[in-house]
Design a protein around this ligand. Structure first.
Ligand SMILES: *Cc1c(COP(=O)(O)O)cnc(C)c1O
Length: 508
C-alpha cells in the first residue's frame, strides 16, 4: 500500500467510523452470533496475494460488525463506560503514525515530555495534592499505564520493595525471602477482581476485609486486621482503597484508612478507576477526602473521561520507590540526559511504551476543562433521570445510586429480577449486568455512551418496562404509579436513530 492508497483507505475509514457513530442506535447492542461464528466465514490461511483494501473494509461490515458488542451505543449500560471520542481517536491515529517506542527520554523526547505535562494538567484538573505532580518540588509524579490493573500491580511491587528495605534495615538478620514470605495486603470485599489478581501476581495474600452496609471499608476494620496479623508475625505491606467500587460505585472511607496506613507505615493505594473522572468537578471532590494521605492514586481516563482505551493515570507521592523497584539498567538503554526527565521504563512493567499522551492531550485541549465537566455532569443527570423513572413505577425499587450507576430491582423475590434481566438480554436491545448488594440480586444500570440523551434513557427504560410487564402485570390501579410513562417511550428503539450532536465537544 502506498501513501495514495493510504489516503483513500484512511479517509474511507474515518467516514465509516463517523457513520457508525451517527447510526449506532440502529444496531442491537448485543450481537446475535454464537461461538465460532467467524471461523466458517474467513479463509483458513493468510491470502497469498494481498487483498484490496476495499474488500477488507467491506468485510468489516459484513463479518466483524455482526460480532461486535456496541459499547458506545446509548443502550449499553453494562460494566462501566469505556471512553471513545473523536479527538481521542485522532490522537490514536497520530500515535500510530509516529509509531515510536518511548521507553526513555532519548527514545523520543516528546513522548516523555508530553506525558509529564499532560499528567500535570490532569492531576490539577482532578484537584490532586501538589505533591503527586511531576511539577512539584518533591519526588512525586504521574505516569500513564495501560490499565488500572497494571497501576495497582506496579504500586504493589513498589510497596513490597519499600517494606522489604525498611524491615531489613531494622532486622539485618532477616533474609529478603523471610520478609517476603510474611507480607500481607488488604482491600475491601467490594474490590475489583484486578486487585485480587495483583496480589496473586506479586505473591502476596490480598485479604478482603468486610465493607459496611454502604459497601464502604472503614478504618477500624483495617486497624483491627493489621493488629491481629502483626501479632501473628505477619508484615502488613499494602492497602487498596476503592473509590467507586465496581458493583455499586461505593466509596471506602479514605480519610480513616489513610490515618491507619500512615500510622502503620503501610502503603495506601487508591483505585478510582471509574469514579476518579468525577473529581474533575469540584462538587464531587469530597468523595476523595483524605487523598493527601495515600501513596499512590489511579484512575482511568479511558473509562469515563473521553480518552480511548488504553489510558490509566497513576500518580505516586514518591516515584523513587518505583524506580528502585524496577531499575534494571543495561548499557544500551543509557543516555546523556538521564536524571533530567523521567525514564518511564522504570515506572512500569514493560520496556516499550506507546505515545498515549497524544490522545490525552487532544482530549484535554479540544474539550477543555469545562467540556469535560459538562460530560460528567450530563451523565450524572441522566442517571438521576433514570432513577426517577424507576421510582415512579411502584413495581420497582432502587437500592443504590452513585454517580452514573443505579442499582435497581423488581420488588419481591430475586427470581423476578433474574427473569427480567434474562428477557432484556435475550431481546438484545439493552445490555445490563447484575450484582448482589444488601443480600439482594440487582440490575446495574450505568450511563455509558458519550452520546446518550434523555430520550435514550426513556427508551432504555421503556424496554425494561415492556419486559417487566410480562413478569409483573402493569398495575391497573393507577394510584400506585406516580407518573405514567409517556406512550412514545414504548416505541421501537430504532425510532431514535437521528444522529445526536455531541453538545460537549467544541467544533473548531
Ligand atoms: C474497571 C475497574 C478496574 C479495572 O480497570 P482496567 O483498566 O481494566 O484494569 C479496576 N478497579 C475498578 C474499581 C474498576 O472499576
Amino acid at each position: 500500500m502506498d501513501s495514495n492508497d493510504f489516503r483513500e483507505f484512511g479517509k474511507a475509514m474515518i467516514d465509516y467510523i463517523a457513520d457508525y457513530m451517527e447510526n449506532i442506535r440502529n444496531r442491537d447492542v448485543l450481537p446475535s452470533v454464537t461461538p465460532g461464528y467467524l471461523e466458517n466465514q474467513i479463509p483458513k490461511e493468510t491470502p497469498v496475494e494481498g487483498d484490496n483494501w476495499k474488500d477488507v473494509l467491506h468485510d468489516v461490515e459484513k463479518l466483524i460488525m455482526p460480532g461486535v458488542t456496541h459499547w458506545h451505543s446509548p443502550h449499553f449500560h453494562a460494566y462501566y463506560p469505556t471512553s471513545q471520542s473523536y479527538p481521542s481517536i485522532v490522537g490514536e491515529m497520530l500515535s500510530a503514525g509516529i509509531g515510536c517506542v518511548g521507553f526513555s527520554w532519548m527514545a523520543s523526547p516528546a513522548c516523555t515530555e508530553l506525558e509529564v505535562i499532560t499528567m500535570n494538567w490532569l492531576g490539577k484538573l482532578l484537584g490532586l495534592p501538589e505533591q503527586f505532580l511531576n511539577c512539584s518540588e518533591g519526588p512525586g509524579g504521574g505516569v500513564i499505564q495501560g490499565s488500572a490493573s497494571e497501576s495497582t500491580l506496579v504500586a504493589l511491587l513498589a510497596a513490597k520493595e519499600r517494606v522489604v528495605r525498611l524491615v531489613k534495615q531494622n532486622n539485618p538478620s532477616l533474609s529478603e525471602g523471610d520478609i517476603k514470605g510474611k507480607l500481607v495486603a488488604y482491600t475491601s470485599d467490594q474490590a475489583n477482581s484486578s486487585v485480587e489478581k495483583s496480589g496473586i501476581l506479586a505473591s502476596i495474600p490480598m485479604i478482603h476485609l468486610p465493607s459496611d452496609n454502604n459497601g464502604s471499608l472503614r478504618g477500624d476494620i483495617l486497624r483491627e486486621a493489621i493488629r491481629k496479623d502483626k501479632e501473628a508475625g505477619l508484615i502488613p505491606c499494602y492497602v487498596v482503597a476503592n473509590l467507586g467500587t465496581t458493583g455499586t460505585c461505593a466509596f471506602d472511607n479514605l480519610e480513616e484508612l489513610g490515618v491507619v496506613c500512615n500510622e502503620e507505615e503501610v502503603w495506601l493505594h487508591v483505585d478510582a478507576a471509574y469514579a476518579g473522572a468525577a473529581f474533575v468537578c469540584p462538587e464531587y471532590r469530597h468523595l476523595m477526602k483524605g487523598v493527601e494521605l495515600c501513596d499512590s492514586f489511579t484512575f482511568n481516563p479511558h473509562k469515563w473521561m473521553l480518552v480511548n482505551f488504553d489510558c490509566s493515570a497513576l500518580w505516586v507521592k514518591d516515584a523513587r520507590y518505583l524506580v528502585e523497584a524496577f531499575n534494571v539498567d543495561r548499557i544500551y538503554l543509557q543516555h546523556q540526559h538521564e536524571g533530567n526527565a523521567p525514564d518511564y521504563r522504570h515506572w512500569q512493567i514493560p520496556l516499550g511504551r506507546r505515545f498515549r499522551a497524544l490522545k490525552l492531550w487532544f482530549v484535554l485541549r479540544i474539550y477543555g476543562t469545562e467540556g469535560i465537566r459538562q460530560h460528567i455532569r450530563h451523565h450524572i443527570n441522566l442517571a438521576k433521570h433514570f432513577e426517577q423513572l424507576v421510582h415512579n413505577d411502584a413495581r420497582f425499587e432502587v437500592l443504590t445510586s452513585s454517580l452514573g450507576l443505579i442499582c435497581f430491582r423488581l420488588q419481591g423475590e430475586d427470581s423476578l429480577t433474574k427473569e427480567l434481566l434474562e428477557k432484556i438480554t435475550a431481546n438484545k436491545k439493552l445490555y445490563l449486568i447484575p450484582c448482589y448488594t444488601q443480600q439482594k440480586y440487582v440490575i446495574r444500570f450505568v450511563v455509558c455512551s458519550r452520546i446518550t440523551t434523555n430520550e435514550d434513557i426513556n427508551c432504555s427504560w421503556a424496554e425494561i418496562v415492556s419486559q417487566a410487564n410480562t413478569i409483573v402485570p402493569y398495575p391497573t390501579d393507577k394510584s400506585s404509579i406516580m407518573q405514567e410513562p409517556k406512550k412514545q417511550d414504548y416505541l421501537n428503539l430504532s425510532k431514535y436513530n437521528e444522529p445526536s450532536v455531541n453538545v460537549n465537544e467544541k467544533s473548531k
